[in-house]
Design a protein around this ligand. Structure first.
Ligand SMILES: *[C@@H]1O[C@H](CO)[C@@H](O)[C@H](O)[C@H]1NC(C)=O
Ligand SMILES: *[C@@H]1O[C@H](CO)[C@@H](O)[C@H](O)[C@H]1NC(C)=O
Length: 238
């Protein structure tokens, strides 16, 4: 029996002693334990607060796509419709555009002052005299290269052919049959094509000039129609 008393303690006694010892240690250090547990809780609360605040800010009318009550249903309640046509400038950026307008392709035409003219070191006979820069009537020059001049010339004529007359029922589709050009620079967002929404001229590029004329182009966005005065000017391509 004496051996048993002095022998190793049983597993449960050891575990019990260890538990008590640890518990006493933790109890003495209660402050740091509270700190340890509260840090993640405080962080979580902060995140919840931030998320709610951001959601609330984003949900304010000026940060949301504009909506309007349209018509009344059977129960007399109006139906809320949201869209770019009901938004102001700030709200419009938040609107989804499920089917954006397809713009006709446009050639990049150099500004009048940068167009090719005859100079001391470039003396091609086909180029215009540099006096056209003063009147702003320089034609845009397109370089077509190849070994067969006849083929090149006929290709150029076809490329900048007269196109079709503008069909007002589908204006952009019919415009795409003409070689259009603009001096405007491509923007990062081209929802509104810069060529049509700047004061710059939209050119109808032709191989042979006719006297130039202007006409206005009705553009439609959703239910809003914009009257854009676009000048179509015929310029010589080569
Ligand atoms: C140049 O192109 C024209 C028109 O396609 C063709 O009739 C003619 O044979 C070509 N000339 C040469 C030298 O390839
Ligand atoms: C376009 O021209 C009009 C009148 O000439 C001017 O009032 C307007 O500010 C111009 N717009 C831009 C974007 O240059």
């Amino acid at each position: 029996m004496a051996d048993l008393v002095h022998g190793p303690a049983s597993f449960s006694t050891q575990a019990n002693a260890l538990l008590r010892k640890n518990f006493t240690f933790q109890k003495r250090d209660i402050k740091s334990n509270i700190r340890l547990i509260s840090v993640p809780i405080i962080l979580c609360l902060l995140l919840v607060f931030l998320q709610n605040w951001v959601n609330k800010e984003l949900d304010k009318p000026w940060n949301r796509c504009g909506c309007k009550c349209v018509g009344k249903n059977d129960e007399g309640k109006c139906e809320e419709v949201c869209g770019i046509e009901y938004s102001d400038l700030n709200q419009a950026v938040s609107c989804s555009i499920p089917s954006p307008l397809e713009w006709p392709p446009l050639l990049q035409i150099p500004e009048s002052t940068y167009r090719a003219v005859k100079t001391d070191f470039i003396s091609y006979e086909d180029l215009p005299d540099d006096s056209c820069k003063i009147s702003g009537s320089c034609p845009a020059t397109t370089l077509l290269t190849g070994t067969n001049k006849t083929l090149g010339e006929s290709m150029g004529r076809n490329l900048f052919s007269s196109g079709s007359t503008v069909d007002y029922s589908d204006i952009f589709y019919s415009l795409a049959y003409n070689a259009l050009g603009s001096e405007s620079q491509t923007k990062y967002l081209n929802f509104l094509e810069a060529a049509f929404f700047s004061n710059l001229t939209v050119y109808n590029v032709r191989s042979q000039c006719s006297p130039y004329f202007t006409f206005s182009l009705p553009l439609e966005f959703g239910s809003v129609s914009v009257q854009q005065g676009s000048r179509f000017m015929f310029i010589t391509a080569f």
